[in-house]
Design a protein around this ligand. Structure first.
Ligand SMILES: [Zn+2]
Length: 137
């Protein structure tokens, strides 16, 4: 087992675990973007979000919802940025789904999720909407 998150889930690699649930483990990122930067991972090794089984997806996001408030309160933060790098092209460096919960404070120097995109769109909203709806049918 070479996946670092699977090894943390299995208890083979030490981590500052904040929650262990039947389908989910949450622990502090060893390279935190801010104090209280938590990673929430499914126990099952799944590379991308869309490959999660429905029950695992439910458990993962229930855990994120459950943790967001306590993480914010424990750090005295004003809010949290919650995000997923989904796929290697997005900057996902560990191919095991993980949700970042990063506490935020006014004036912390970080931007919103919007600040990571250069807004280089080429297609109209109706064109994109129709393409996505067609895939859902
Ligand atoms: Zn894994």
């Amino acid at each position: 087992m070479s996946c670092i998150f699977c090894r943390i889930v299995a208890g083979e690699v030490p981590a500052e675990v904040v929650a262990r649930e039947p389908e989910v483990v949450a622990f502090l990122d060893v390279q935190p973007l801010a104090d209280g930067h938590v990673l929430v991972v499914p126990r099952a090794h799944v590379a991308q979000l869309e490959d999660l089984e429905p029950a695992a997806a439910d458990a993962l996001f229930r855990a994120v919802v459950h943790l967001a408030g306590p993480v914010r309160e424990a750090l005295g933060a004003a809010g949290t940025t919650i995000g997923v790098n989904n796929g290697e092209a997005t900057g996902q460096t560990v191919p095991h789904v993980h949700v970042h919960i990063v506490p935020r404070w006014p004036g912390d120097g970080a931007g919103s999720i919007h600040t990571i995109f250069p807004r280089r769109t080429k297609r109209t909203l109706p064109d994109v909407g129709a393409a996505i709806r067609a895939r859902l049918e």
